[in-house]
Ligand binder design. Structure first.
Ligand code: MEV
Length: 311
């Protein structure tokens, strides 16, 4: 049996803007998807998906998942699964819902398991490349931030570059971050959220250019205060980042509700995270007690919560 893993991720600053060549700051989280792979009896690449997930998530993405395997195979693995069939079981402790990098995590986990089983000897960079190729099945033209977090599991300042290579600076935090990620339970397609931004950007180019400039400045300020460990300033910038995401219309009612709820409960800052229109939000806390009190308040209302510490 071969195994592989891929980390979940949290985008702290700059989602969506990163698709348009602006910087972002994101991190892997300790929760991961694990792929277990063994030789199969029936021709093909067969997946049993046992991941913990939001209702409807696994079904909604089943076709994308098949496509992700095809994309990784044609770009990097070059294997014949008709002749060398495999059975893959996906599991792990990452609660899969939109916004936590679950699609990239599954691609990276499968790529690692395939590399081990077929002795491909893929480097971390090639595994990351597999993640990017596979994630195209879900996100259309992903920026590359999700697969990078899924592969390396670290905090990074990232900027997509055309032509490449992308900028990827590992960051050291001044202080660890106690965060909560709360799922709205709404499954969304990142591709659709990204397409919506592009459409509105075409309709209001000046307005969007201004917002994108503000987002870039904000992410660069965030880098400084993250390094300095200034939790209050980090929280304020998360709040401002949420406002910018509202302006480009990728937040929605439940996300805004959870942002308010966590702030009222004592979060230093809160924002939606990832593609939006549903999916997850993230809130930052000064201490583990307030984090836990807020987690319980969200759980009491039926929301799924990930407690995480970054750094
Ligand atoms: C998805 O996790 C984040 C987006 O910025 C899309 C991308 O970076 O590819 C919305």
């Amino acid at each position: 049996m071969s195994t592989g893993y891929g980390f979940g991720k949290v985008i702290l600053f700059g989602e969506h803007f990163v698709v348009h060549y602006r910087p972002t700051i994101a991190s892997g989280i300790s929760k991961k998807t694990v792929a277990e792979l063994k030789a199969g009896t029936e021709p093909g690449f067969h997946i049993t998906d046992n991941r913990l997930a939001a209702p409807g998530y696994i079904e909604k993405y089943a076709e994308c998942q098949k496509k992700s395997v095809e994309l990784m195979n044609s770009a990097i693995w070059h294997l014949d699964f008709e002749k060398n069939p495999v059975e893959v079981t996906l599991g792990g402790d990452l609660y899969c819902a939109s916004g936590v990098g679950a699609s990239a995590a599954s691609c990276v986990a499968m790529a690692r398991a395939v590399s081990e089983h077929f002795s491909l000897g893929l480097s971390e960079e090639q595994i990351n490349q597999c993640g990017l190729e596979g994630d195209k099945a879900y996100a259309g033209t992903p920026s590359g931030i999700d697969n990078t977090c899924s592969t390396y599991g670290e905090l990074i300042y990232f900027r997509k570059k055309k032509p490449g290579p992308n900028q990827m600076d590992r960051m050291k935090l001044g202080k660890p971050l106690d965060i909560l990620m709360v799922s709205t339970g709404i499954t969304t397609k990142t591709e659709e959220a990204v397409a919506g931004v592009k459409k509105r950007m075409g309709e209001h180019p000046e307005k969007y250019a201004k917002i994108f400039d503000q987002a870039e400045e904000l992410v660069n300020q965030a880098r400084d205060v993250l390094i300095a460990g200034d939790l209050l300033a980090i929280g304020k910038l998360m709040d401002r980042n949420h406002e910018l995401l509202q302006k480009i219309e990728v937040s929605q009612e439940k996300l805004d509700y959870l942002v308010e709820l966590t702030r009222k409960s004592g979060a230093l800052g809160a924002k939606m995270t990832g593609g939006g229109l549903g999916g997850y939000m993230v809130a930052l806390f000064a201490d583990a007690e307030t984090q836990e009190k807020t987690a319980l308040a969200c759980e009491k209302e039926g929301f799924k919560v990930i407690r995480a510490r970054i750094g």
